[in-house]
Design a protein around this ligand. Structure first.
Ligand SMILES: CC(C)(COP(=O)(O)OP(=O)(O)OC[C@H]1O[C@@H](n2cnc3c(N)ncnc32)[C@H](O)[C@@H]1OP(=O)(O)O)[C@@H](O)C(=O)NCCC(=O)NCCS
Length: 178
């Protein structure tokens, strides 16, 4: 049986659909959360990923989202002076949750960012969701900008450096333009 869900790279024409899916998943106030202080300007387009539901026919498709049912974006950040990526927003249409769309997005995302230009990937998300992909809670020395439930901030090493083994002084999380 052919796969129901197809993953592909983000293109600029997906912007409105991604905005809709993100708003539906996180609510209209989502941009007031502290994680958005780290999201200046634009996500990194070439790292964005889209999942389409091939079962959605043209006549049944939503005018904005079409067949798009999941999306994941990355924003450039720094942890102190170390280049890093912020994973998210990750959003899946509510009626398709639990079918593996999120897993498809996160696995593909991690395979395309490892061993490249960034030392670490951070996420602010569901504490129980990301450990299955290798994420761990950030060490105390990582200084998040603003209020957050600490266990939501998780990381994964992308190259040879280990965030837990860096010298023990405060490491501020900064947007890429700070
Ligand atoms: C969280 C979210 C992206 C998961 O997507 P999904 O397509 O439903 O997840 P998957 O079907 O790929 O689930 C993969 C695994 O994670 C588990 N899982 C799903 N949602 C979970 C959650 N919120 N917390 C913990 N585990 C979860 C699944 O049971 C599955 O477990 P398994 O590997 O043991 O079978 C989706 O529910 C969503 O869009 N939520 C609203 C927005 C959000 O919270 N985004 C993530 C934070 S940035």
């Amino acid at each position: 049986m052919p796969n129901r869900f197809a993953i592909r790279s983000y293109v600029r024409q997906d912007e409105a659909a991604v905005g809709r899916i993100t708003q539906d998943a996180f609510g209209p106030e989502h941009a007031t959360r502290s994680v958005w202080q780290l999201r200046y300007a634009h996500p990194i387009d070439e790292l964005g990923l889209i999942v389409e539901d091939l079962d959605i026919s043209a006549e049944n498709s939503d005018a904005i989202t079409g067949r798009i049912v999941g999306s994941l974006q990355f924003w450039p950040i720094k942890i102190s002076t170390y280049p890093a990526l912020l994973l998210g927003p990750l959003a899946v249409k509510y009626y398709l949750r639990g079918l593996g769309v999120g897993r498809l997005l996160v696995k593909q995302a991690l395979s395309q960012i490892s061993q490249r230009n960034w030392d670490f990937c951070l996420v602010s998300g569901e504490p129980d969701y990301y450990p299955k992909f290798g994420f761990k809670p950030v060490p105390d020395k990582v200084d998040w900008p603003g209020p957050i439930e600490r266990q939501r901030v998780q990381f994964i090493n992308l190259r040879s450096l280990d965030l837990e083994k860096l010298p023990d002084h405060t490491l501020p999380v900064l947007s890429d333009i700070d």
